[in-house]
Design a binder for this molecule. Structure first.
Ligand SMILES: *Cc1c(COP(=O)(O)O)cnc(C)c1O
Length: 672
């Protein structure tokens, strides 16, 4: 069982720093390389810090202070969370792949700023290449001649990538309205333009609000083309300014919607969506009231009937729908939303003149797409992917990954399943022309004669800061992702091979859970509220004989207190470190709540929105949550595996907490 994991041995520093000498040699080599590089920049200038300076008292004092503070830092850092160890099964963090770690550390010496090519001649290009690699993994076209051609770039994380998705979707959605208003102000009415091949003025507001991204790009191009034919530079200039002035980004949301009598647009996400979507609605001023939360099914995946209901209501009332967001791996449960069904629904609606963008929040699961890609870039068949797994991938999971190629944009986090250091998220868009709707520069196609506008697409993107939410940003992060992708390509022979190990780990963990559940049947009901879609596992545990949800939650929290990071305790005393989540009332349907609670022997009537008890012990179901991304979890000391050690530990802890009845059975007990 261990032998087939041998390939992983050079990948990481290792749980016991087994590869410390490799890391040390690499760092020393490239540190020296950096020093030589400095010396070779105008060597004729000589030195500014003379060798004798280090004997001065000031030099010594500064050095001593630095050393002292670094020692203090290093001592403090010993309280950090041991993400690198297989005994850490909590949040979405693990050991770092050595190629990316070294790339990040050594690139920091050069300190490139990926805001623009001028500040990062090397790493900005790497960032755009990384964007293309991610896009290719998702199945988007990345050939420069392709139309549309995808692009992607790095962000500080999934949160900012999600904001960017909203920002892009909003910019495109309302552009046609501004285009029509601007043209009208200039008494310019190109004809025929757009998908209906008629005069721009003849499009109704509702039609303009229901163009697809590609149609909007095409419409803008046609209108610009018609303007160009006027051969009147001043008229073109006036038109460009009129359109810009009419845009939502210029007049602001309030005025734009009032002036055009447009209802506030909606964004649809599953109830299980990451909280960054709520933050994004606030940041963009769209309002959280306009974030529709679509119910989920018993597997915690977006329920497509629920989505249809939300869409029906919106389109009936002529409310624009900015986008539907599917989660490719929810943060709490690892569930994979049916991206294929969302895409199908969009296609059906599109045929009826109802349009919306589709974004995939794959911050967690995006890199798992590499498990589905062959080295030649083709998408593997279901049987090919399934080889070597017991359960993965279920049919809906396979279909969901396959359908990403038909969506508009994707969020993915290299600092999660890419095993690279923080901060590295990414935003990938299927059609790079979308950047013209968010640019800060006068780079619309109307800017005939504008140098920037006439640059070939790919080169234009080198003024990256013009097209993204962030400004100055780390080139070292780009280098880290770039080197990681070079060493481990985004297919099943590269990164996918490592990620397959995490899924196999999860399958074994899952089977061990079943066995433990059977063995402990007389003492506790131990269940998985839903089958894992990927490599995140949730467990619910209730003592036999207890039918109170509040007591079960106290029991769970008591269990968890043994495996949580506690700033007041040395981490070394923890045998395992996990994480938890809860199923909130309203976060799942009554039917599924009843099933989950029934399996646990808890009265479904206990689960309420507003509990009597002030501690709100029964408005949620407490869940132990484990992220199984550490590659060594299937191995272990002696002949054991960490999977076995974990279950033995959990069993011991359950027995211990069962004996502490007073702490959980009684509502006045300790509810930590
Ligand atoms: C982690 C996560 C995010 C947020 O990403 P950060 O990198 O923490 O900003 C968004 N969506 C999902 C589904 C996530 O798992």
């Amino acid at each position: 069982m261990k032998a087939d994991l041998d390939f992983l041995r050079p990948y990481f520093l290792g749980p016991a720093s087994e590869n410390a000498d490799v890391l040390e040699a690499l760092l020393l080599e490239f540190l020296r390389d950096h020093a030589y590089w400095r010396r070779n920049f105008h060597p004729e200038d000589g030195q500014r810090i003379d060798p004798g300076a280090r004997h001065s008292p000031e030099f010594h004092e500064f050095e001593a202070r630095t050393r002292q503070e670094l020692f203090a830092l290093s001592a403090e850092l010993k309280r950090a969370v041991p993400f690198f160890h297989p005994r850490y099964v909590g949040h979405m963090s693990s050991d770092l792949l050595l190629p990316g770690l070294v790339a990040k550390l050594i690139t920091t010496l050069y300190n490139p700023n990926n805001v623009s090519e001028e500040a990062a001649p090397v790493t900005l290009d790497m960032e755009l290449r990384v964007g293309r690699q991610l896009a290719r993994m998702f199945g988007f076209a990345v050939d420069d001649a392709a139309e549309p051609c995808a692009w992607g770039h790095l962000t500080s994380g999934g949160t900012v990538a999600n904001y960017e998705a909203l920002w892009n979707l909003r910019a495109v959605k309302f552009y046609p309205i501004a285009l029509q208003a601007g043209a009208r102000a200039c008494s310019f009415d190109p004809n025929p333009v757009g998908p209906a091949a008629k005069a721009l003025s003849e499009y109704s507001k509702w039609e303009l609000l229901n163009l697809s991204i590609d149609q909007t790009i095409e419409l803008r191009r046609e209108v610009a083309g018609a303007a160009g034919k006027l051969d009147d530079r001043r008229a073109i200039h006036r038109l460009r300014n009129a359109v810009r002035e009419a845009r939502l980004e210029n007049v602001g949301i309030a005025m734009f919607f009032q002036e055009h009598e447009i209802k506030p647009p909606l964004v649809m996400v599953p109830v299980s969506a990451h909280y960054s979507w709520e933050k994004g609605m606030k940041v963009l001023g769209l309002g959280t009231a306009h974030l529709c939360r679509v119910p989920v099914d018993g597997a915690m995946r977006m329920e497509i009937g629920g989505l249809r209901g939300c869409l029906d209501a919106a389109f009936r009332d002529e409310v624009p729908v900015l986008g539907v967001v599917g989660m490719l791996g929810t943060t709490e449960f690892g569930a994979i939303d049916p991206i294929h069904e969302i895409v199908q629904e969009r296609d059906l609606r599109r045929a009826q003149g109802q349009d919306f963008g589709v974004h995939v929040d794959a911050a967690w699961g995006g890199y798992l797409t590499s498990v589905f890609r062959a080295a030649d870039g083709s998408f593997l068949s279901r049987d090919e992917v399934r080889e070597g797994f017991r359960y993965f991938p279920s049919d809906p999971v396979y279909e969901a990954f396959h359908a990403i190629a038909q969506t508009d944009s994707v969020t993915v986090d290299p600092h999660k399943l890419g095993y690279v250091p923080y901060a590295a998220g990414a935003f990938v868009a299927r059609n790079r022309e979308i950047v013209d709707f968010v640019t800060q520069q006068a780079a619309y196609v109307f800017d005939l004669g504008d140098e920037e506008a006439e640059l070939p697409r790919a080169e234009k993107l080198h003024s990256l800061g013009q097209y993204i939410l962030e400004g100055s940003k780390s080139g070292a992060a780009a280098a880290a992702v770039h080197v990681t992708h070079r060493v481990l390509p985004l297919d099943v022979t590269g990164l996918g091979r490592l990620l397959r190990v995490t899924i196999r780990t999860t399958e074994r963990f899952h089977d061990a859970a079943r066995r433990t559940s059977e063995r402990l049947a007389g003492q506790v009901h131990l269940t998985m509220p839903f089958e894992p879609d990927t490599n995140l596992v949730c467990l619910t545990i209730n003592p036999v004989g207890n039918d109170s949800l509040a007591a079960m939650n106290r029991f769970g929290r008591r269990l968890f207190s043994c495996m949580r990071v506690d700033p007041n305790q040395p981490l070394q005393v923890k045998e395992f470190i996990g994480s938890y989540t809860s199923l909130q009332y309203g976060g799942l349907t009554e039917q599924h709540a009843t099933r989950i609670l029934g399996e646990l022997g808890v009265a479904a009537a206990d689960f309420v929105e507003i509990p009597e008890d002030p501690a709100r012990e029964s408005d949620h179901i407490f869940v132990l949550r484990h992220t199984l991304m550490n590659p060594w979890f299937m191995t272990g000391p002696d002949d054991r595996t960490y999977i076995g050690l974990y279950w033995e530990y959990l069993e011991r802890t359950i027995t211990k907490v069962l004996n502490e009845r007073e702490l959980w059975a009684d509502p006045n007990g300790d509810s930590e």
